[in-house]
Design a protein around this ligand. Sequence first.
Ligand SMILES: *[C@@H]1O[C@H](CO)[C@@H](O)[C@H](O)[C@H]1NC(C)=O
Ligand SMILES: *[C@@H]1O[C@H](CO)[C@@H](O)[C@H](O)[C@H]1NC(C)=O
Ligand SMILES: [Zn+2]
Ligand SMILES: [Zn+2]
Length: 443
Amino acid sequence: MDFFKWVNLFFIIFNCFLPIFSNSSSTSNDNLPINKFLDLAKNPQVFDWMVDIRRKIHEKPELAYEEFETSELIRAKLDELGIPYKHPVAVTGVIGYIGTGLPPFVALRADMDALLMQELVEWEHKSKVPGKMHACGHDAHVAMLLGAAKILKGLEKELPGTVVLVFQPAEEGAGGAKKVVDAGVLENVSAIFGLHVNHNLRLGEVASRSGPLFAGSGFFEAIISGKGGHAAIPQHSIDPILAASNVIVSLQHIVSREADPLDSQVVTVAKFQGGGAFNVIPDSVTIGGTFRVFSDKSLKQLRSRIEQVITGQAAVHRCNATVSFLEEEMGLSPPTINNGGLHGYFQSIAGSVLGVDKVKDMQPVMGSEDFAFYQQALPGYIFLLGMENPSVERLHLPHSPYFKINEDALPYGAALHAALAARYLVEFHQEVSVVEGKYHDEL
Ligand SMILES: *[C@@H]1O[C@H](CO)[C@@H](O)[C@H](O)[C@H]1NC(C)=O
Ligand SMILES: *[C@@H]1O[C@H](CO)[C@@H](O)[C@H](O)[C@H]1NC(C)=O
Ligand SMILES: [Zn+2]
Ligand SMILES: [Zn+2]
């Protein structure tokens, strides 16, 4: 069935919902039956379409700022739906618009990039690009946002404002979200929602929390230089291996002795490179690692202490150290802090779409998300979307070469995206009207 036939079918289904919905809701715009969005998203017209998109993207994974074919596919699908868009934004990004084109504006975000790793899952739609893989689910995120776009386009006449679809590049440590914000396309947008698939939360469930959800993260690399020489005559050398070893031990004392134990932080040295022979002291050693925190203040503090400890401890051993935080290449991601005001809104919408018992609270996670950059610019809310069906299989962690998507989760993500945006416009629009009404009364 082509898209227009589907739209007709949609309105037939949709009109059947109308009486039920009108009786069960007290809000004035009752033409957005969000409690039926999940059924709409499970309809093969949406579901199969999303699965096909997700598999195509999975087969052709593209790294940060190289998502050219992914971006092209997204634009082709938006053209198919008759949705106008801006492109390019932040190199490969695409920003779509559904609704009146006027305020209020609400944004939905999907990330597009893959990872530099080899897929080890053997299946028909395995990555066809050696050494690259969608191992974080961003292929599914794109498919779900397009699914939501399809649902929302069918209801466009009912939207009292504009839904802004954000397909962003480079989530994996290259600050794509920041580039999207800097491009100015989110100016005048009142709120932004995002989701991330999760491997050990049940299918049909979501989890999130108000406040800090994912850690902020930074990276560091240091070159510790001494003076190489014969391993048997250390007095003629300045040993950078010993200096680097003490640097690493001292780095581990920052969190244990200086941070508030109730303010979770991590410093990990994950890289140590130096020397190549059994009997030669090398000229220098390179170490590198990452740090994680839950506030911007702790991020700044930790960054500055890491630098002091590396240079200071290297000096104790007569070595010089240069420290780089790789902010250009790797990004410095702020903590992901969910807007408190949107938390209750999310719980109520997710409860209507999935059932209240499917909406879970969760503890913060030390991983990070560049969604944080949106939240620095405007109220934002991100949640985890469950994929696990233990009767089928246990799923692997993201960034594992065995990572898999349970495609049955796609309709849940699409329905939630659509419901969060549609209902937000209705409620925000009403708020604005009330405020305007009052203003006029006072005049
Ligand atoms: C935001 O609104 C202002 C005032 O209406 C307008 O001038 C500006 O172009 C808008 N920005 C975007 C990105 O739409
Ligand atoms: C450290 O830097 C100083 C100043 O540039 C230099 O004189 C010294 O030789 C360096 N030491 C090592 C071990 O590289
Ligand atoms: Zn990832
Ligand atoms: Zn991810």
